[in-house]
Design a protein around this ligand. Sequence first.
Ligand SMILES: [Zn+2]
Length: 564
Amino acid sequence: MIDKPIFELGKKPGIPDNDQEPASKGHILCKGPPGAPGREEIQNRYFNLNFTGPPGSGSGIYFNLLFLLPKLGWWVEKADEWIEVPPTHKEYYERTMATKQMLESTIKTGLTSAAQAVADFELMSHDIRKYREILTYFHEGDEHVLKSMFIDQVDIHTDLPGQPIALRSIVSKWPTVIADFMRLDDKDTIPKKVADKYDISQAEAVILVTKNKLYKKWKILFGDAAKQRYELLKGLIESRRKSIEEYKEWLKPYIARFKMTKIGGERSKVRARTLRTFTDVTGMSTFANKIRIFAWKAMRFEEHRKPAAEVVEDFILYPYDDYVREKVILDPENGLAYIYPWLRNDRKYCSKCKKYYSPNTLKCAKCGSLRLKNKKYADEIVETEIIPAWREGQNGLSAGFIYYMFFDIEVTRLGTWLRVGELEDITFYTRVFVLSQNALLAKILELKCRDLELERYIDEMLGIKFEDRDIADLVKEEFPTIFKKPKEELTGFQNYIKELGETFSSYTNIFKKIKLPKSTRFMFFKAGPYETDLKERITKHYLKYAAVQLNGMRNFIKQKMGVE
Ligand SMILES: [Zn+2]
């Protein structure tokens, strides 16, 4: 659905097999079939089944399998799918073109309405910034700016034909009149007193007092109007934001299907690599459809060795540990961040309120704490979305189990046109892995990343370009609580605390740097909490059990194919 490679298991970049990277033993468990097939004893960790039959027969097997897996307790997710139709077969090509055009026009109609909402939203965002600025002047009692606004935008229009009375127009008569007006305060309402106080002529004092009374009235009227306008805009912006979200949700499946369907020549590098072998050789295929399925299930035999670790927030072991965070997710060369670099974007975090903020935030908006931690965008997704779902036992996850079986199923469906008629050819390339929960977490984060990329694509189509910021975030920042709270300014003591925090974190950074060379960093500590006994425990227990599951699936497919 999106043109990004899969974060593979048993590969780099990806989550390497424990045999490929022995240093990972104990910190993470990832065991599957080795790269090169053919070794007798490990053959039971993957299978490759192919079936050719009349059109629809292959798809039938595919759906049978997909309906079966959840019944057996597997959680199934489609990680990727695309269909390619080469122009060699006219009928299919035209049919696909028609579908694609239909999708395109639906999307365009939706986009037009959504684009209007986005345009409104932006216009209002601009307006609200303006009003917010004005209200800040009122709030801070910035008479100087308010007086300038009064002179330039209100008073200037009081001139009558042939009768200059605006302050700007009478400067020629009294060169200091504007400066004098600026010096007045609200109590200056009696000409005689004003003349004495500021040492000016009686005539100028009369004019200044009149202007001052007008200014005072204007301040009240304008202040109220600005406040009302601001509140109105706030409501309107919120409703536009909701519409944009609704349009996005509505358009998502259409855009996903649109992006998934490729007509000859539109293919990306990723797809071109995978498909060249099939479609280009014969020149006779009617379509090629590639589907990648991930399915997982907790390993429910908890036997003798339970890890001796404290229970962290209901988890036997907290699945988001430093190892998976730094080596598997955030590593820019071999981690998930290699494919999705924005996972490394900076965020600020208040550990007390468990809230994330944009990287230049100084102070927690909720509790006012200045001790914000430096975090990454990946942390925010994991800790605000994946972990809560995990704790609640959603998506086939359970806080009570630490090992999972993981099916990685690649389905290739080809339509072929031969002299005998049309055939559908389907291949199931399936591998089973045993993963520790932290490895599974990385795969779930990958699925989330793919979803976010699609969303970003839709945002781009809608013209929402907020870089890596969520539109909701942006709105929040546009809604300051200036009615209630004074402008953020750090007092001397707060500054001291902030500087203290910075000093500490710079020390921490130094310690981090001098610790150990990066690649060996984790080897020096006690091996992690996961199984390390590859030969005995993992191969004989976990992998054997997983292989039985895979074998059951193979037999099911074979039976549906009519082979057994
Ligand atoms: Zn806080």
